[in-house]
Design a protein around this ligand. Sequence first.
Ligand SMILES: Nc1ncnc2c1ncn2[C@@H]1O[C@H](COP(=O)(O)OP(=O)(O)OP(=O)(O)O)[C@@H](O)[C@H]1O
Ligand SMILES: [Mg+2]
Length: 254
Amino acid sequence: MNAPVIEIRDLHKSYGDLEVLKGVDVTAPAGHVVSLIGSSGSGKSTLLRCANLLEDSQQGDVLFCGEPVIWKGTGQSRHPGDHAQMIRIRTNLSMVFQQFNLWAHMTILQNVMEAPVTVLKRDKAEVEEKARAYLAKVGIGDKCDVYPAQLSGGQQQRAAIARALCMEPRALLFDEPTSALDPELEQEVVKVIKDLATEGRTMIIVTHDMRLAADVSDHVIFLHQGKIEEEGAPDVLFNHPKTDRLRGFLSATQ
Ligand SMILES: Nc1ncnc2c1ncn2[C@@H]1O[C@H](COP(=O)(O)OP(=O)(O)OP(=O)(O)O)[C@@H](O)[C@H]1O
Ligand SMILES: [Mg+2]
């Protein structure tokens, strides 16, 4: 069997004295969708950022396709020790953020082409062809030459998803991809995420949208104060929560 695309084992992360992740395990096998749910401050974004090495962690392991991250130093001074490995992992785990983070001074097409051309050093003409195809795939193929400010939030987020796809990563990491959107624009983005799940993309999705988590996930993890309080198949977790904390969280998010 192939190694999972992402495997996190017993991860601990502190900001100074504040312990934010207290020994968390997450496995995302190829083709699976894992959703992270939990109240504000439970550590969801931090976990995602530790997975693609945007944040350092102090203890535990991160494995990418079975390959453990090589660390240098210990505790508060621990960081990835192999720069080339770090870049390879980071470029293979593309992030989509709540606030889209598109470059305002670049057209949509330039936004999507930027990292494959400058970071991956791919051929510009080939990248342009792919970028146009990914923009068409997310339904905004006609918006290549406009600037982000000329698009709705839903269109900007779909552009950000096309940008992530154009890196041709092994997995996509979403941090609250629909939270900044009005309900009807949210549905445009939900549809794109559902299509990606149907295609068999490997994804970790942090979301407050329980319906999205229930619909697309193979596995759902409920984080509470930096620990996994409960996890399982979406049907079991949402319909038969075992802990009072998850029951309380779910009733508050209905
Ligand atoms: N750069 C930072 N420096 C110090 N503390 C931080 C930093 N980033 C996050 N934290 C703290 O870590 C904890 C977890 O934050 P995190 O952003 O991971 O939560 P979250 O589950 O994503 O919450 P939300 O649902 O509001 O996005 C919070 O207590 C937060 O204040
Ligand atoms: Mg967050």
